[in-house]
Write a protein that binds this ligand. Structure first.
Ligand code: ADP
Length: 345
């Protein structure tokens, strides 16, 4: 649906080259809600702006719906852009126009018949829950309502792609959540592919199926959200994961470590399925091992639950070897905790 092939963008500022994008290769499939996350200055805005060529790459190709945008003339590009809606952090609404007129603007620009404009705008306002606000002006709306207008306007021309540029960053957590649910609904009901950039991992965790992590103009890690968040490899990804999943050793485990007896070992088990967790614990007990649960916690990443549990195995060398053999066989990630190790090692 959207493909970046070796996309680079270099800005020149005061005689200096700034490499905002460095050979980005990325593929976004139809129906994805693809999150691009990174700290400020990583290149996210530049990347998303190349999808409708607001920012023209210095090198590489941006392919949307099998069309290489770099090769289109201005009329062809205009047509291609109608298939790409965009919403913004600060909504970018026309302050002097009503809600109705803001949503109608893209339709009027392509000379849509008045009756069709009325029908489409009313339909969209109803979809985003703002039918009663049609004659208000943007400054009479809350942030969440403004973004709903932004979404209705972006959907006016029936695009297949929606770009979200930090779309919830100016909103409080509750409003953020309701806007994210609306985006999820749009993705599902209209099969619209969504590409969003954000500096908040919570946003990615809530609605994205795929994520790419950017750092210094590069994609440093990408893949399914569950995989990337549960097994982060790059330091930048780990920093983001720590922002939603604390990696401190629980207090109770710390105490046990300090007072550990010579026939005890403590293990940290990471699991990605509720059923596995019970099975693992039952199996250990059934093997006749003296196992106790020290601490358990759960984290939701989209519909998957990630468990982090700490168990203590007590017993002589033979028992410890039996436990180790069992751990080696399981699919869960298990590490012995000997010092103050963290969840995100
Ligand atoms: P992000 O969205 O991740 O914060 P940006 O894409 O805005 O990152 O910026 C990436 C880098 O490119 C930064 O170093 C930024 O200062 C620089 N940059 C962005 N736009 C311009 C511009 N128009 N002129 C010069 N430098 C720019």
């Amino acid at each position: 649906m959207i493909e970046f092939k070796g996309v680079s963008k270099t800005f020149s500022s005061n005689g200096q080259d700034i490499h905002a994008l460095r050979e980005i290769d990325l593929q976004i499939e139809k129906g994805d809600i693809y999150g691009v996350i990174g700290f400020s200055g990583a290149g996210k805005s530049t990347l998303i702006r190349t999808v409708n060529l607001i920012e023209r790459p210095t090198a590489g190709e941006v392919i949307v719906n099998k069309e290489n945008l770099m090769h289109l003339n201005s009329r062809q590009l205009q047509r291609a852009k109608r298939n790409i809606g965009m919403i913004f952090q600060h909504f970018n609404l026309l302050q002097s126009k009503t809600v109705f007129e803001n949503v109608a603007t893209p339709l009027r620009l392509v000379k849509t018949k008045k009756s069709a404009v009325n029908q489409r705008v009313n339909e969209l306002l109803s979809y985003v829950g703002l039918e009663a606000f049609a004659s208000r002006y943007p400054d009479q709306l809350s942030g969440g309502q403004k973004q709903r207008v932004g979404i209705a306007r972006a959907l006016a021309s029936n695009p297949e792609i929606l770009l979200c540029d930090e779309a919830t960053s100016a909103l409080d957590p509750e409003t953020t959540s309701s806007i994210l649910q609306l985006l999820k609904q749009i993705n599902k009901e209209y099969n619209i592919t969504i590409l969003m950039i954000t500096h908040e991992l919570g946003v990615v965790r809530e609605i994205c199926n795929k994520v790419a992590v950017m750092d210094d103009g590069r994609i440093v890690e990408e893949g399914n959200v569950e995989k990337v968040l549960s097994q982060p490899v790059h330091e930048t990804t780990k920093k983001f994961v720590r922002s939603i999943i604390p990696d401190d050793l629980p207090q109770k485990v710390k105490q046990h470590l300090e007072n550990k007896e010579s026939d005890e070992r403590i293990y940290h088990v990471q699991i990605t399925d509720d059923a596995d967790q019970t099975a693992l614990f039952n199996d250990l007990v059934h093997q006749g091992l003296n196992v106790s649960l020290l601490h358990a916690s759960m984290h939701e990443i989209r519909e998957t639950t990630f468990g982090s549990i700490y168990v203590r195995v007590k017993g002589d060398a033979v028992a410890q070897q039996a436990a180790q053999r069992y751990f080696d066989k399981t699919s869960s990630e298990i590490k012995e905790v000997t010092a103050h190790a963290g969840l995100v090692a």
